[in-house]
Design a protein around this ligand. Structure first.
Ligand SMILES: Nc1ncnc2c1ncn2[C@@H]1O[C@H](COP(=O)(O)OP(=O)(O)O)[C@@H](O)[C@H]1O
Ligand SMILES: [Mg+2]
Length: 301
């Protein structure tokens, strides 16, 4: 008699529990149900994010290009700032850095040069670029004697803050004066971490630098989030490193995780974002998801 009632109730309950488990993302946390960000009918004021990690090859430039492109798909106007003398961001958008007559270097060092003088359009209508080349390495030295030397980039960007929804600054792999300028000009820091054995090495120093800048130069500065990149779900090692990153940073870690794929090096050669090069790829989808997380601001603090 009781048997006939119990089995009828149990299976639906179990069925409800299962999807919850499947909804766990690679970071092991339940995935949030992020709504599509509402369209904007006017632009600005810009939210400025520095892509920062003093380690090279962790995905700063790749994230700048592809997050920027994904944000434009959501109707946002985006300004990308190449703040690395290597000029990889410029190259990744099809610009030859050696042929630039004016670049971010001139914007920083010459009062007569304005943003409009150095601004380049990209192949995405909503995305503009401030390009750089090796000249910028001289700024690191020349700025040292400047008054308010940490605020030079922030002052240079100020005139266009109302024109863009987001400004993404691609930092060079160091914690020197250029990176401090980027942190001083920003509201948030996005830290890409490569899912490799030494991922967390040096992160303590980075966090210390961010805190110092917040205390001394830019009280509004927050951690935008930690982004796990070059993730390989097939290896125990990749999964372990990701688990350690989540253990160390908890809710600061973006739910979006960027997998390792040769599509990214290919896009650099093509000089376009992945969302254009291969719009239906998993990699493009990942950066679209990241764009939604950034607009939701759920990891900031
Ligand atoms: N998710 C990824 N999977 C595979 N290769 C990647 C990925 N992200 C970036 N890369 C490649 O790794 C190299 C370093 O990435 P990059 O974004 O330039 O790092 P950073 O700017 O931190 O030095 C580049 O050749 C890039 O194409
Ligand atoms: Mg780079």
């Amino acid at each position: 008699m009781t048997r006939s009632t119990v089995p009828e109730k149990d299976p639906p309950d179990m069925e409800q529990e299962q999807p919850v488990d499947e909804q766990r993302g690679p970071t092991g946390r339940p995935l949030p149900d992020l709504p599509d960000p509402p369209p904007v009918d006017r632009h600005g004021p810009a939210h400025v994010i520095a892509m920062c990690n003093q380690k090279g090859g962790v995905g700063k430039t790749t994230t700048t290009i592809n997050l920027g492109a994904a944000l434009t798909e959501l109707g946002r106007k985006v300004l990308l700032v190449d703040f690395d003398p290597q000029g990889a961001l410029s190259v990744g958008l099809g610009v030859n850095p050696h042929e630039l007559e004016l670049s971010v270097y001139n914007l920083l060092m010459e009062p007569s040069v304005t943003i409009d003088d150095i601004m380049l359009k990209t192949n995405l209508p909503g995305m503009h670029l401030l390009p750089s080349n090796i000249d910028l390495s001289a700024a690191e030295v020349q700025l040292v004697t400047e008054v308010a030397r940490e605020q030079v980039l922030g002052r240079a960007l100020a005139p266009v803050m109302d024109e863009y929804d987001l400004v993404l600054i691609d930092c060079q792999p160091s914690l020197g004066l250029l990176t401090v300028n980027a942190l001083t000009a920003s509201h948030g820091v996005l830290v890409p971490l490569e899912c490799e054995f030494f991922a967390l090495r040096g992160v303590a120093l980075l966090v210390q630098t961010i805190e110092k800048v917040r205390e001394r130069l830019n009280p509004r500065l927050e951690m935008e989030g930690i982004l796990a990149t070059m993730y390989d779900a097939r290896t125990v090692h990749g999964r372990e490193v990701l688990a350690r990153v989540v253990e160390a940073f908890g809710d600061r870690v973006f739910h979006t995780v960027i997998s390792r794929t040769v599509r990214f090096p290919e896009t650099t050669v093509a000089g376009v974002p992945i969302t254009v090069y291969d719009p239906s790829s998993a990699a493009a989808a990942a950066y679209r998801q990241l764009a939604k997380e950034v607009l939701a601001g759920c990891h900031a603090g």
